[in-house]
Design a protein around this ligand. Structure first.
Ligand code: ADP
Ligand code: ILO
Length: 351
């Protein structure tokens, strides 16, 4: 790439905010050992100017070689500076999480996922077909050794019937095909080969293979027992880590292809019914901001809410521990439920 990309005047992505002509000129001819370039890193944000972020890494080296672009983006998104370092804490006994909704009136389900990538391999945007297929083989073999509540089966996407995959997506278990942000980032190359999903019989423990990250390890179940969900996840992570070495750096924590996921790579969410509170979106957002929470629709990122049900999750992932990520979500959900209850009783007193 020799010319500076053009962005529409209303573009608000972190890429367009931080990519100056000086940074562009310094980085445009650099290449990581895996052949990943600046052009590759910014393609998603250039082709999708409505991106929030707009960049992806091809390998761990991308974060240091293109640091003059990635660092300010990481600082803007996570409030984490180049001199900070990351801490991990996956100990469930450090979490204070009694079920915020024991009667099941508000929380439909809880899900906690982490992203992981295999050490010393390129990330999805720069991986070859052979390397990706090897990841699928190694990870599915490792998962095949799990026992007890984690034992299950691997279902490759290739050969999966349309009906089965539609059902898994609608029931919130499987990733969707054709995401345009991932497509531009090169993450859909050779689709559907090398991709698939592992799950136990109850679908409370799932692993996505070779989607945005090489592994997305997921624990989920109906209701609001967040501690049980976190405990299952942490057990699974340490079991998998015995045979699959994960890419981790002291500075950035777990390596991920999208900078928003760096650090813990954790998203802890509930699907929660808040019809009264969400009628006043500004008030709803103020509470979420106070607890560092993100609001999504119920069919994943870039989807809409249905029936006053929202996906509420931690926004901070880097420079905070996994326990803190989940604690943000728990504390915010407690306040959201109290607020919804208050609004419900005010409106029933008026009737
Ligand atoms: P990610 O969690 O990897 O960031 P998405 O936002 O696309 O990705 O969510 C993936 C899927 O997980 C979607 O189908 C979404 O509805 C589902 N999901 C997320 N949180 C929950 C939850 N608390 N309960 C049930 N399904 C959930
Ligand atoms: N590249 C997209 C998505 C960023 C955050 N989400 C995920 C799934 N990583 C954007 O810049 O809006």
């Amino acid at each position: 790439m020799s010319t500076f990309p053009t962005f529409p005047t209303d573009c608000t992505s972190l890429l367009c905010k931080h990519l100056t002509t000086e940074i562009f000129e310094t980085l445009k001819d650099k290449k990581t050992a895996n052949g990943f370039t600046l052009e590759d890193a910014i393609r998603s944000g250039v082709e999708n100017p409505d991106s929030g972020i707009g960049v992806y890494a091809g390998d761990l080296e991308s974060y240091s070689l293109f640091a003059s672009l990635f660092d300010p983006i990481i600082e803007s998104y996570h409030g984490f500076s180049a001199s900070d370092s990351h801490q991990s804490d996956l100990d469930p006994s450090h979490l204070d999480a009694p079920n915020p909704d024991p009667e099941g009136a508000y929380i439909l389900s809880t899900r906690i996922r982490v992203g992981r990538n295999v050490a010393n391999l390129p990330l999805g945007p720069a991986i070859s077909m052979e390397q990706r297929n090897q990841v699928e083989q190694d990870v599915s073999t490792a998962l095949g050794t799990l026992t007890g509540a984690l034992s299950g089966s691997y279902y490759p996407l290739e050969g999966m019937s349309e009906t089965v995959s539609r059902e898994l997506i609608e029931d919130h278990f499987l990733f969707k095909a054709g995401d345009r942000f991932l497509e531009s980032a090169g993450l859909n190359h050779d689709w559907p080969e090398g991709r698939g999903i592992y799950h136990n019989d109850d679908k409370t423990f799932l692993v996505w293979i070779n989607e945005e990250d090489q592994l997305r390890i997921i624990s989920m179940q109906p209701g609001g027992d967040i501690l049980e969900v976190f405990t299952r996840l942490t057990t699974a992570i340490s079991e998998i880590e015995r045979s699959v070495p994960f890419s981790y750096s002291k500075h950035l924590g777990y390596t991920t292809s999208c900078p928003t996921n760096l650090g813990t790579a954790m998203r802890a969410s509930v699907h929660i019914k808040l019809p009264k509170l969400s009628a006043d979106m500004e008030h709803f957002k103020t509470i979420c901001d106070r607890h560092h929470l993100q609001i999504r629709g119920i069919h994943g990122e870039h989807s809409k809410s249905e029936g006053g049900i929202y996906d509420i999750s931690n926004k901070r992932r880097l420079g905070v521990t996994e326990v803190q990520c989940v604690q943000d979500m728990v504390d915010g959900v407690v306040e959201l439920i109290a607020e919804e209850k208050g609004l419900q009783s005010t409106s029933s007193n008026r009737q």
